[in-house]
Design a protein around this ligand. Structure first.
Ligand code: SF4
Ligand code: SF4
Length: 103
């Protein structure tokens, strides 16, 4: 298996951790006691019926505010919903588990 294939496989495995809730594609703010997600304010590229990004392959080009979720986001990102697949996987033993999602 070549380096390109290995990277593609790694990406695939990483992406499979996302369960497609779409919550990280809404306006979010830190409030006392947790994270507030404004479900009335989705990213304009989010299909709110399917929770799918309509520009997924070129999302970083068309939406400057969009960024790939990393392990650091998963571990420490305060704007990541605690229900996020990455957060649940990596933050299991972290004190950042405290705090809730408000919608
Ligand atoms: S551009 Fe980024 S923030 Fe917007 S819907 Fe797509 S993945 Fe979500
Ligand atoms: S919050 Fe997490 S699980 Fe939900 S869409 Fe975003 S990255 Fe995927």
């Amino acid at each position: 298996m070549g380096a390109f294939q290995l990277r593609a496989r790694d990406d695939e495995v990483w992406e499979s951790v996302c369960h497609g809730c779409g919550l990280c594609c809404y306006e979010r703010e830190i409030v006392a006691g947790g994270l507030r997600i404004d479900l009335n304010r989705p990213c304009p590229y989010l299909d709110t019926q399917s929770n799918r990004c309509t520009v997924y392959r070129r999302r970083f080009k068309v939406a400057a505010y969009c960024s790939k979720v990393t392990v650091m986001h998963a571990l420490f990102g305060r704007r990541m919903p605690l229900t996020c697949g990455y957060v649940r996987r990596y933050r299991r033993f972290s004190r950042h588990e405290a705090g809730g999602v408000r919608r």
